[in-house]
Design a protein around this ligand. Structure first.
Ligand SMILES: Cc1cc2nc3c(=O)[nH]c(=O)nc-3n(C[C@H](O)[C@H](O)[C@H](O)COP(=O)(O)OP(=O)(O)OC[C@H]3O[C@@H](n4cnc5c(N)ncnc54)[C@H](O)[C@@H]3O)c2cc1C
Length: 478
């Protein structure tokens, strides 16, 4: 299907400079090892697709890069033709659809090299966490992936990266040693604690607004077995479980990263029978230390009240995806969130009211509160652009939104929940847990005032014409 404004603008652009446009495109095609696609080419529709099926984008040109030099050539082409540049790895976190822009798809940049002696990895921008996890686990090491190994390494890390080892080792961005990045003026540079240090600071939390990262070097950690899983309690116990969770997390060592979830399992065959169509309140966790100590901490819940389903166990870290059981196949979804400084009784009531259906289904799948602190808060707040390290709970609300009506219903419902949670909100947001228009509207709330001012200065220096305007809304100074 062709969007009218897309067609009109493309025709207008080509009729302005027909020969030059063609000439630049031919030059791009001749320079690139990967694939260059325009509307109508076989593969165009597949390349423009995002994991989130709510995204329906129509780029003017797509470059599926296989080599960092492809990215350099693509950036030069965008400068020649005046196109904006969008970047996509998996499409789990599209902030702004790449309509009429040049879309650089990094999926072909897949190389993952583990340095066993140094406990590090060099990971190219199109890799997914599962690929890094598998290679690292073979030599007894672990990366700081999130709940889903299907998510891309780069968008996740540039936005922060809060996974099941976060309280022990910090956010994923805290473990980046260096980036290889193509700047919006088409230079391939390194950014680390020694080179381009301000860019290194900004990329760690600044999302894709400053450059196109082609690879990064990260620290890995010696984690092979964890005590992890889920305790499922009936929805009727939601208030008691959340109240107990609020008190319990205050006693936890940093080796324990946890969350509490109100989950409305959809009534679909993909969900196993005891859970299908049910609402459960779930205590989730991953203890990265002596498994007996982890078990003792979870035994406190078992002693308090036997769960309906007990799915905590000693597991190889390679199976960490079993904790969150995130969906793998592409789906239409929407999410939102915010940092909370704590939980009051009123806040717990608001979460239970907003998450547990009474007489009719709710327009959301889950509400999750991830426990912060630990190593996340121990890193120096000025070390990276990422801000709000002192948030105690990271709220993440997700919905299945196959239609515009479902999207509107999700937004209306979650706006009510968030309004009721205002008294416990810090005012800060975790940008990885926002998407689309909300991520752009609330970009400033993702940072401290100082960090946002520094990001604006970086943007002015590196991207004065805001060519990378498809990520977080960080604008150059006028
Ligand atoms: C099922 C699911 C589970 C999740 N679990 C977690 C979790 O546990 N913890 C957490 O912190 N987050 C989590 N997230 C959020 C996730 O981190 C973000 O959606 C993230 O942006 C996804 O990155 P991506 O590269 O896969 O996605 P993409 O949509 O491909 O990219 C996301 C953004 O990153 C930018 N970007 C991507 N690659 C590059 C690059 N090479 N250079 C510059 N910019 C780039 C793009 O501009 C885009 O704006 C989850 C999301 C989903 C859908």
């Amino acid at each position: 299907m062709i969007r009218n404004d897309f067609l009109t603008q493309t025709i207008a652009r080509l009729s302005e400079k027909p020969e030059q446009g063609d000439e630049y495109l031919e030059q791009l095609q001749s320079e690139v090892c990967g694939v260059v696609l325009v509307y109508g080419d076989p593969g165009y529709d597949e390349a423009r697709r995002a994991w989130n099926l709510n995204v329906d984008q129509h780029p003017a040109v797509i470059v599926v890069a296989e080599d960092p030099r492809d990215v350099v050539a693509a950036v030069r082409y965008a400068r020649q033709t005046g196109l904006g540049i969008a970047v996509q790895s998996t499409g789990h976190g599209v902030v702004r659809a790449a309509n009429d822009a040049l879309l650089i798809v990094t999926a072909g940049l897949k190389d993952v090299q583990i340095d066993e002696g140094m406990n590090t990895a060099r990971v190219e921008a199109g890799a997914r966490w599962g690929e890094v996890l598998e290679k690292a686990q073979r030599v007894g090491l672990a990366p700081l992936l999130g709940s889903s190994p299907n998510v891309g390494v780069m968008g996740y890390t540039l936005g922060g990266g809060m996974g099941w080892l976060a309280r022990k080792y910090g956010m994923a961005l805290d473990s980046v040693l260096a980036f290889e990045v193509v700047t919006p003026d088409g230079r391939l540079v390194h950014a680390s604690a020694r080179e381009n240090t301000e860019l290194f600071w900004g990329l760690r939390g600044g999302g894709g607004a400053l450059g196109i990262v082609t690879a990064m070097e990260i620290n890995l950690y010696p984690v092979t077995s964890v005590y992890g899983g889920n305790l499922f309690y009936p929805a009727a116990m939601a208030k008691q479980v959340l109240t107990r969770y609020r008190d319990w997390v205050q006693t936890l060592p940093d080796a324990m990263t946890t969350s509490v979830v109100i989950m409305n399992y959809p009534p679909i065959p993909a969900v196993p029978e005891p859970l299908r169509g049910q609402t459960m309140v779930i205590v989730r966790g991953c203890f990265a230390g002596d498994v007996e100590e982890g078990k003792r901490l979870i035994d406190e819940w078992r002693a308090w009240c036997a769960p309906q389903i007990d799915a905590f166990r000693t597991m190889p870290f390679s199976e960490v995806a079993a904790i969150s059981m995130d969906p793998v196949n592409p789906m239409p979804s929407k999410h939102t969130g915010a940092w909370l400084w704590g939980l009051t009784d009123d806040a717990i009531d608001a979460l239970v009211r907003g998450g547990v259906p009474q007489n009719e289904p709710l327009p959301l799948v889950f509400i999750e509160l991830r426990h912060g602190g630990g190593a996340i808060a121990r890193y120096d707040g000025e070390d990276a652009a990422f801000s709000h390290r002192m948030g105690v709970f990271n709220l993440f609300i997700n919905g299945l939104t196959p239609t515009p009506e479902a999207r509107d219903a999700f937004t209306r419902h979650t706006d009510v929940i968030k309004a009721q949670l205002q008294p416990v909100m810090t005012g800060g947001v975790y940008l990885n847990f926002l998407e689309g228009e909300e991520a752009r509207r609330r970009t400033q709330d993702g940072y401290s005032a100082e960090a946002y001012a520094r990001l604006t200065a970086l943007k002015t220096a590196f991207d004065p014409t805001n060519r990378l305007a498809y990520s977080y809304d960080i604008r150059p100074a006028q």
